[in-house]
Design a protein. Structure first.
Length: 335
């Protein structure tokens, strides 16, 4: 965990870039060459790259027999989705560190590059790419069946402080908090960022997985994070407080900035133990709510990098979330 700044860590950085080896030879200069967009620096997201199998069914599932559905295989993952939405919001340099299986590494790298994201993919020869089956009902609500595959095998050896060169913000997907191996990597990344003065944000990612881990274990693991981006269910679970506003205020006594997403009710911005703004949602016709929170995160972080305040950034996040629910899958259309 503390070897992130060592020579061995720099070898890990080169592996993260060249390990995929799918779009020509690359070197560490591809990571630490600075931000081509200049200004506040790049957005580095560390998170999950997932193959989504999205099944939209208009009628309730019928146990033991067939239910008609529209089924598509799409690129996904909370971290990867957020990266794509950040790029579509206008962030000139978005980088994604994730772990994928050799089975689908080339496909995912190609889709990320097409979306304007610089993929830093570690290819795992022993585990398949994570797969999520997303069951989307007629109300656009989704239920996930998750095989985490290579995602949670991201480890401290995959991290290097050199990955922060040229980076203005680091965002970590909460899914990486749910196994000891990936938590070690999270700790190394947060410690590196704090040492460099790079602000860190985290999305807790999953109320179900969060309940299994335990709220206090998550909060301890997130020590040093400056921005927490939970949804209302996650905020309630982390605090034990049923009211979303009170939960947001409580969390903002532990984290400098907390933004709680409320779905069709917008988002709450909180700091210093108080809710400072309630940002309304943009109107949307919901088709598939998959990735709405990821869209919010990507647009929110991209807007913060421009120097905007959290309320303006949350409004951008709400706009992206409204766009996301009107589309199947979790990503914006390719440019």
């Amino acid at each position: 965990m503390n070897g992130a700044g060592s020579d061995g860590g720099n070898d890990a950085a080169r592996g993260a870039v060249s390990g995929a080896g799918l779009a020509g030879d690359r070197t560490a200069a591809d990571v630490d060459g600075g931000s081509p967009g200049g200004g506040a620096g790049a957005l580095l997201i560390v998170g999950d790259v997932v193959t989504d199998v999205v099944a939209r069914h208009r009628t309730p599932l019928t146990h033991g027999t067939d239910t008609a559905a529209e089924i598509r295989t799409l690129p996904g993952g909370a971290g990867a989705n957020a990266a794509c939405w950040a790029a579509s919001t206008g962030c000139a340099d978005v980088r994604l560190l994730g772990r994928v299986g050799a089975d689908a590494a080339g496909w995912h790298e190609g889709r990320l590059r097409a979306a304007g994201v610089r993929p830093l993919l570690v290819v795992d020869d022993d585990a398949a790419t994570a797969t999520v089956v997303s069951l989307v009902d007629a109300s656009a609500e989704r239920t996930f069946l998750t095989d985490s595959g290579a995602v949670l095998r991201l480890c401290a050896a995959d991290w290097s402080a050199a990955l922060l060169d040229g980076v203005g913000r680091l965002h970590i997907s909460g899914y990486l908090f749910f196994t000891a191996t990936s938590r070690h990597m999270v700790r190394a990344a947060v410690e590196s960022a704090v040492a460099r003065g790079v602000p860190v944000s985290v999305d807790p990612a999953s109320a179900g997985f969060l309940a299994n881990l335990g709220p206090e274990r998550f909060l301890v693991a997130a020590d040093g994070v400056q921005v927490l981006l939970p949804n209302a269910d996650e905020a309630r679970l982390l605090t034990g407080v049923p009211d979303a506003e009170k939960a947001a205020a409580w969390l903002s006594r532990r984290f400098p900035l907390v933004v709680v997403t409320l779905g069709p009710d917008g988002a709450l911005v909180a700091s210093d133990g108080a809710v400072t703004a309630h940002v309304p949602a943009d109107p949307a016709r919901a088709v598939d709510s998959t990735g709405a929170g990821d869209a919010f995160n990507g647009a929110f972080l991209a807007t913060l990098l421009t120097g905007a305040g959290p309320v303006t950034a949350a409004a951008a996040g709400c706009r992206a979330g409204a766009s996301a629910v009107a589309l199947p899958g979790g990503r914006p259309p390719l440019p």
